[in-house]
Design a protein around this ligand. Structure first.
Ligand SMILES: [Zn+2]
Length: 199
């Protein structure tokens, strides 16, 4: 099945949200604040997300989950296990630091590094890219050549590890950063908006 990756830049922090789509089936990754553009796209496409995946629990990556679950109650929210407590705690998800009180419904499914998710004939590996948050993960589909890194990896560096809940000691080593460079299809918040691809 042909995979389409759509990118939406949402919310005041320009957080990248991804729509992984194969036919009428799809998953949403990291829905942020102000998800109206994403919701409108889903309505127009007649696509209903089966899963909502989170790369990590920071407020700007979870703030659209409530609206998405309200529109699509059957969508299962999948969160890295070690970040699950951040979903309902604005202090832990750092939104309170910015004067916001962002939260999400609790997770339906806890993700752990090493597990795989199957969809549309493709396999996605859950990779441990913690450090930016205690449980941060990336989603890697080798067949499609795509890795969704959240804030763990940017075009010119890695996500901050000097914020509450982060751990400098768990920054990904340089070797693993090289293995997940954008040349192999990584998507991260520095990519241009709406650079959808077909694979
Ligand atoms: Zn973050």
């Amino acid at each position: 099945m042909k995979l389409q990756v759509h990118i939406f830049v949402l919310g005041p922090l320009a957080t990248n949200c991804y729509l992984l789509r194969w036919g009428k089936e799809c998953w949403v990754v990291d829905p942020s604040l102000w998800p109206e553009e994403l919701l409108k796209f889903l309505r127009t496409a007649g696509a209903a997300p089966g899963r909502i995946l989170l790369t990590h629990g920071h407020g700007d990556h979870i703030a659209g989950v409530g609206a998405l679950k309200a529109a699509y109650p059957a969508a299962r929210l999948c969160c890295p296990a070690a970040d699950a407590g951040m979903l309902t705690d604005p202090v832990a998800n750092v939104s309170a630091t910015f004067g916001l009180s962002l939260s999400s419904p609790p997770a339906d499914e806890l993700l752990r590094p090493g597990q795989t998710l199957e969809a549309g004939g493709l396999t996605w590996q859950v990779l441990d890219t913690s450090g930016h948050t205690p449980g941060g993960v990336s989603f890697h589909c080798a067949e499609a050549g795509v890795v969704l890194t959240g804030d763990a990896l940017f075009d010119q560096g890695i996500g901050r590890t000097d914020i509450p809940g982060a751990d400098e000691e768990r920054r990904p080593p340089s070797a693993s950063r090289e293995r997940t460079t954008p040349s192999c299809g990584a998507y991260n918040p520095c990519r241009p908006a709406r650079a959808g691809i077909d694979t």
